[in-house]
Design a protein around this ligand. Structure first.
Ligand SMILES: O=C(O)c1ccccc1NCC(=O)[C@H](O)[C@H](O)COP(=O)(O)O
Length: 260
């Protein structure tokens, strides 16, 4: 049975082929020359102090469907910034998450925080697209890439000045994540076969990740108890989307989550 990730990757391959025709690499490289300087996504998460929040601008998802009807990405991003997020994540996948590269460009222009392109990146062309709209970081998912592809995309992201956030779910992939040179590692708590979420997955993986990496716990984080659980386990940052974006008062939801 193909997983949702298999389906997303198949769609993405078609999209990439079209994007290479519609927005060729030389045009993207010209746009990159005019892009604003990169903000340091890694440093914002590695700084000393309490666990850091990467707040996600997320309209919909395969597991939840439509999360927020009155979706205004810039207003949500400004609220996250005002309530203490360290970084932002903007979903750019259209088909499964109702995201957009335009949202990323608009959000990046409107806030002062480092911004991540949250997508399913399989090709260097998508890294060029990310930097051309101002992204500071890009997600690389180990489950979508061979070890060799992961290493090459990790290198390519760094060459463009992007911080690669390398995500994994399957513990077996930690070897290739480390071999790629990842310093910022995300553990997804969501099983993409069942959509079940288990925060203990990140807790267990803290032991397997290099002690000196910056570790991000991703998905299914809802309460301050969840945040304290991960913080106590030595997790450096959390990536949170649905539980914040769903709330009528997003600022109050961030305050409750971080207990600030
Ligand atoms: O969110 C999904 O349903 C999903 C389905 C298939 C692949 C990826 C998916 N989510 C991507 C993410 O990693 C999350 O958006 C991110 O970790 C935030 O999670 P949450 O706080 O649970 O919205």
């Amino acid at each position: 049975m193909p997983t949702i990730l298999d389906k997303i990757v198949a769609t993405k391959r078609d999209e990439i082929a079209r994007a290479k025709v519609d927005r060729p690499a030389d045009r993207l490289r010209a746009a990159i020359a005019d892009a604003p300087p990169v903000r340091d996504f890694f440093a914002a998460l590695a700084a000393p102090g309490p666990i850091k929040l990467i707040a996600e601008v997320k309209k919909a998802s395969p597991s939840a469907g439509l999360i927020r009807d009155d979706f205004d990405p810039v207003s949500i991003a400004k609220t996250y910034e005002a309530h203490g997020a360290a970084c932002l994540s903007v979903l750019t996948d259209q088909q499964y998450f109702q995201g957009s590269l335009d949202y990323l460009r608009d959000v990046r222009e409107a806030v002062g925080l480092p911004c991540l392109r949250k997508d399913f990146i399989l090709d260097e062309h998508q890294l060029l697209e990310a930097r051309a709209v101002g992204a500071d970081a890009a997600l690389l998912i180990a489950e979508c890439l061979t070890p060799d592809e992961l290493r090459r995309l990790h290198d390519a992201a760094l060459e463009l000045g992007l911080t690669p956030l390398v995500e994994l779910y399957d513990p077996e992939n930690m070897k290739s994540v480390v071999a790629a040179g990842a310093k910022l590692i995300g553990v997804n708590n969501r099983n993409l076969h069942t959509f079940e979420v288990d925060l203990q997955h990140t807790v267990r993986m803290r032991e397997q990740a290099p002690a000196d990496c910056v570790l991000v716990g991703e998905s299914g984080i809802r309460t301050n108890d969840d945040v304290r659980l991960l913080s106590t386990a030595g997790v450096d940052a959390i990536l949170v989307g649905e539980s914040l974006t769903r709330e009528p008062d997003i600022g109050a939801a961030v305050d409750r989550l971080l207990a600030r």
